[in-house]
Design a protein. Structure first.
Length: 65
């Protein structure tokens, strides 16, 4: 499976309950492309993907949903 297919399906699962779904998907896909990992479930579990967990935006907030 290609990484974009992997990220797409993992991010759809991750973001299915997000309030702003398109924004969630955008950032999830960016993080997945860089980290090759998306935590399981729709929230939390970020210990599964330290790279995903530790990414920050320019304001120092967590970047990945």
């Amino acid at each position: 499976m290609g990484m974009s297919l992997y990220c797409g399906s993992k991010c759809r699962e991750r973001c299915k309950r997000a309030g702003v779904k398109d924004r969630c998907l955008k950032y999830c896909n960016i993080c997945c492309a860089e980290c090759k990992c998306v935590p399981s479930g729709t929230y939390g579990n970020k210990h599964q993907c330290p790279c995903y967990r530790d990414k920050r935006n320019s304001k120092g907030k967590p970047k990945c949903p």
